[in-house]
Design a binder for this molecule. Structure first.
Ligand code: NAP
Length: 299
């Protein structure tokens, strides 16, 4: 059980539910979901991780992102446990390895993910990154999975603008629901071309590592005096400002990963922070958008 009182949980959830992102098929999903990379890999952490995901769902972060790659399926198994009995509340996303994305392997990879997740369908199935399999073949496989009801929609991940243009011109390529890419205040290369291109084509971005995951970039965000001052103004933490920035438009869904309860709560509460035009221009000065094309950041 969470230490949060039910009234607080409802308040955070209600605020989050006001901030939805609409997919091109009209489906509305929350602007904040939950990442699961590294979850399920340490037996001792399992209970805490399951509780974190369940609290996240309670708070309205009902989109859960996983992948067959994460812990060789252990992340999917953990998610399966966390959503047992609550499948209908969740928008479930998983990802296929590029080397499983050909017609001969895609169906089996999806079946294995479904088994590990304990469900009969995914809400969204993503190609984890572009590999050697021709896009046309992956699209054909994804469309087949859709017809069979194994997935409701498909998308891609780590595609830069040129890849998206190629995908868009392939048969059925325009059925792509989203592109999941790295995006945070300290890494905003996509603001130059990919984000505008996707907005023009009515395809939201799914932002991974929205908290800069760790390392020096993260420290820069936490310690930046401008962010600290803004966080004080809103009575929140620096990283909540960074997260609120990522979801500042209706075209981005962010999927922070958090195991510690306080982190889960802070992330959900970030949806209540409405940054003003003035805040955004102050942040632009410290973390400017690029003025020319930069290659997509990938981890
Ligand atoms: N498509 C791709 O190629 C790709 C690549 C990378 C990631 N992803 C997806 O995106 C998800 C998120 O990215 P990520 O896991 O790389 O990094 P992230 O969400 O940017 O950062 C996760 C780290 O931040 C900490 N954290 C979470 N909330 C916090 C808060 N409010 N304050 C301070 N620290 C906080 C977490 O700690 P605790 O866990 O200890 O709470 C964890 O160490 C992944 O889990 C995965 O699902 C996809």
């Amino acid at each position: 059980m969470s230490s949060l009182n039910p009234t607080k949980i409802t308040e955070i959830k209600n605020n989050l539910e006001k901030r939805v992102v609409t997919l091109s098929d009209g489906t509305k999903i929350p602007c904040l979901g939950q990442g699961t990379w590294y979850m399920g890999e340490t037996p001792k952490a399992k209970d805490e991780e399951i509780k974190a995901l369940q609290l996240g769902i309670d708070l309205g972060m009902t989109l859960i992102d996983t992948a067959e790659m994460y812990g060789n399926g252990d992340s999917e198994r953990l998610v399966g446990e966390a959503i047992k009995g609550r499948r209908d509340e969740v928008f479930l996303v998983s990802k296929v390895y590029p080397h499983h994305a050909g017609l001969d392997k895609l169906s089996m990879a999806c079946e294995n993910s479904l088994k590990r997740l304990g469900t009969d369908h995914l809400d969204l199935y993503l190609l984890h990154w572009r590999g050697r399999v021709p896009l046309e073949e992956t699209i054909e496989g994804m469309e087949k999975l859709k017809k069979e009801g194994k997935i409701l929609r498909w998308g891609v991940s780590n595609f830069d603008t040129a890849d998206m243009k190629e995908l868009w011109s392939a048969p059925n390529g325009q059925n792509c629901a989203t592109n999941q890419v790295l995006y945070h205040l300290g890494s905003r290369g996509i603001d130059y071309d990919l984000l505008p291109w996707q907005r023009e084509h009515n395809m939201p971005i799914m932002a991974y590592s929205p908290l800069a995951q760790g390392g020096s970039l993260r420290k820069q965000l936490i310690n930046d005096p401008v962010i600290i001052e803004m966080a004080e103004k809103y009575d929140v933490k620096s990283l909540q400002i960074a997260l609120a920035w990522t979801i500042r438009t209706k075209h981005v869904i962010a999927i922070p990963k958090a195991v510690q309860e306080q982190h889960v709560v802070q992330n959900a509460e970030a949806a209540s922070i409405e940054l003003t035009e003035e805040d955004l221009s102050i942040l632009d000065q410290v973390f400017p958008a690029p003025k020319k094309k930069v290659p997509l950041d990938i981890i």
